[in-house]
Design a protein around this ligand. Sequence first.
Ligand SMILES: *[C@@H]1O[C@H](CO)[C@@H](O)[C@H](O)[C@H]1NC(C)=O
Length: 369
Amino acid sequence: MVNEKVTMLRYRGSKFSSVKKLDIFPKVEEPFKETSPVGGTFSIISFLLILWLVYSEVNYYLNSRFIFKFTPDVALDEKLKINVDITVAMPCYFLGADILDSTNQNTFNFGNLDEEDTWFELAPNQQMHFDNKRHFNSYLREEYHAVKDLLWRSRFSTQFGELPPRNDKPNRPHDACRLYGSFVLNKVAGNFHITAGKSLQLPRGHIHINAFMSERDYNFSHRINKFSFGDPSHGIVHPLEGDEVISSFGRTLYNYFIEVVPTDVNTFLSSTNTYQYSVKALARPIDHDKGSHGIPGLFFKYDVSALRVTVKQERDHLGVFLARLCSIVGGVYVCSGRQYIFITIMSQKHNYRDLSIVKIDSIDSYLKQ
Ligand SMILES: *[C@@H]1O[C@H](CO)[C@@H](O)[C@H](O)[C@H]1NC(C)=O
């Protein structure tokens, strides 16, 4: 049957007319076209709907998403940079800071920490800076899972920069020490600590000399203005920054257990290799009489995760985007057409009587012709 048809088409000759027969877009002649207010309303509504859907689709396309990948970290000879800026409520001559890592090297070969005598109480301008940072960081810590996309996308910087210099100097002796600087370490587990007494390097380790200190000299209240790993990067939250701990008992041991996760962030605009960390904190008063032994001080015990997180910004393929646009326009057009027909039929049923009269009339007039 099909064959027959084809031969018939061929038989009729003219290629043009056979192509014409394949036209699936039937032309309605002008006199039979009818416009109506309902149809016009439908056109406007579908046009607006199409406009709105296309707008949100374009928005979706432009707003890419982030893909997270976890891979074993094989960059073992990479270095780990650690940036600190911590103020402890004890004068500098009572304090010693050190880093020990599991290679047992004296890591002060890799950089050094500056010490600066200061006052624990911040100047008003510094207080404002620090409070902002603290509020912001605690907000981020709680809402972290919801805002991370935003942070990376907008290249938002969570780093408030350095603490501004004091705008007033109190009239009393220094009562605190600010320790700040960066080291470049081996990428292995280690322990950065600030304890009482200057440290002394011995062939088999190091000790802190604190023989001349009395009980009242101890006060490990501290404020962390900066504690980060790697180079500064947008969108990374450093959970320890903006922390302030006031201790009511001088000889207290503060332990921070830190897990450092190497993180590569590849956005359309930049790519960064940096580190994030999570932290658990533990404070314990040291009282040898009550069986709570240890050394009072601040201990930051860090370890590097074996997994590396890769964050990649991605957006749909252009073809997929175009296909979506087409399906929106076509879909709305077809659906609104159907709906228009449906509503017309419904309203015709409603006016069935009138309609039948009209029909009979028109048939009559047709017959008379
Ligand atoms: C430690 O210093 C802070 C700040 O100056 C103070 O508020 C706190 O009471 C001190 N703690 C002790 C045990 O002296």
